[in-house]
Write a protein that binds this ligand. Structure first.
Ligand code: PLP
Length: 358
């Protein structure tokens, strides 16, 4: 629905739609890469108690620096990280917007490699940052030579890499991350929203932080930690980079309620992450099954799978929805993305997919 002409929005925003996958109330929801396993009673109780304690001082502004939470996040990440090298915000979406507010902006350029996360161009738009998208290889791996050429030509202020990538599931070869960090003249962000789901032997870019002072690694509690509703994302980097992000953050951006909830959740790291292994197993089984049925399947280190190919993917998406299974119509045109749910949900997905495509 276009905005009425009297709404004096910036012209370049006039025809845009708010971002978001359909939020439909259907039995099997496999469309936004959420964790299908909610927090247990024990975790919910601890979060509730912590939020109640925080509520007693809601007349005061929260800790602007979120020191308690950043200390807990640094401990979770390990790699010798300290609270001054970790920053938190309302989802890693807000982190990425702060990154572009601080390091992008008018006259500046950000580069990424498509197909990738469709929010990035929107952060660029919102911050008046010029957006340039290189292309990935046919198997959705990073074309590192092409990437280095593009970086040499554009001299971008910000390079965004995504590992594992959304919507393809592809993890980055650490040698490629290193090559790009060496070549990039500005900031390099590795978005590791799905890091906890990567297969054994796939390293995290956290290992490169000490070597590259302009490298940032973003993470989120939305996926592996089953806390999408809590809105808590974070980033690890050099302390100087964190100080730059602190300049553009809104005062008191992270509410006392959010800080209390996330800090409580982190006390239950073991339990919250316990389902990650099960989800990785279900992912690998689902990928194998899809291949057996003759579908093309992108290699996935995440909690979702991109599969195809369909001449009319919308018809397949709609057919599944009509059977109560909501997946995501996103990414390259002939492909669809399914998030990994519980075994029962995946059974429903398999049956529905066969019914729609056979
Ligand atoms: C889900 C996702 C995020 C996380 O977003 P939050 O704001 O932390 O919920 C970040 N990057 C990518 C690529 C994602 O898919």
């Amino acid at each position: 629905m276009p905005l009425p002409a009297w709404v004096p929005i910036r012209e370049e925003l006039r025809d845009d739609e708010p971002y978001g996958a359909p939020q439909l109330d259907v039995p099997v929801q496999l469309n936004t890469n959420e964790n299908p396993y909610g927090p247990s009673e024990i975790v919910a109780q601890d979060i509730g108690d912590s939020v109640r304690d925080a509520a007693l001082s809601l007349n005061r502004y929260p800790d602007r620096e979120a020191i308690g939470l950043r200390t807990a996040l640094a401990a979770y990440l390990g790699h010798g990280l300290t609270p001054d090298r970790v920053w938190a915000a309302n989802g890693s979406n807000e982190i990425m917007q702060q990154v572009l507010q601080a390091f992008g902006g008018p006259g500046r350029t950000a580069v990424s490699f498509a197909p990738t996360y469709s929010m990035y161009p929107e952060y660029a738009r919102n911050t008046h940052t010029r957006w340039v998208a290189g292309r990935r290889l046919d198997d959705f791996g990073l074309d590192v030579d092409g990437a280095l050429e593009l970086i040499a030509a554009e001299q971008p202020d910000v390079v965004i890499l995504t590992s594992p990538n959304n919507p393809t599931g592809t993890a980055l070869d650490p040698a490629h991350t290193r090559a790009i960090a060496e070549a990039a003249p500005g900031i390099v962000v590795v978005d590791e929203a799905y890091a906890e789901f990567r297969r054994d032997g796939t390293p995290s870019a956290l290992e490169l932080l000490d070597e590259f002072p302009r490298l940032l690694v973003t993470r989120t509690m939305s996926k592996a930690f089953a806390l999408a509703g809590g809105r808590l994302g974070y980033v690890a980097a050099n302390a100087g980079i964190i100080d730059a992000l602190r300049i553009v953050r809104l005062p008191y951006h992270l509410s006392a309620v959010s800080q209390a909830a996330a800090t409580a959740a982190l006390r239950h790291e073991d339990e919250l992450l316990a389902q990650v292994d099960a989800l990785r197993g279900t992912r690998d089984e689902t990928a194998a099954w899809l291949r057996e049925q003759g579908f093309d399947v992108a290699e996935s280190d995440a909690n979702f799978i991109l599969f195809g190919r369909f001449d009319d993917r919308h018809a397949v998406w709609q057919g599944l929805l009509d059977l109560g299974v909501l997946i995501r119509e996103v990414g390259p045109l002939e492909w669809l993305r399914v998030s990994i749910g519980t075994p029962d949900e995946m059974t429903a997905f398999r049956h529905a997919l066969l019914e729609v495509t056979r």
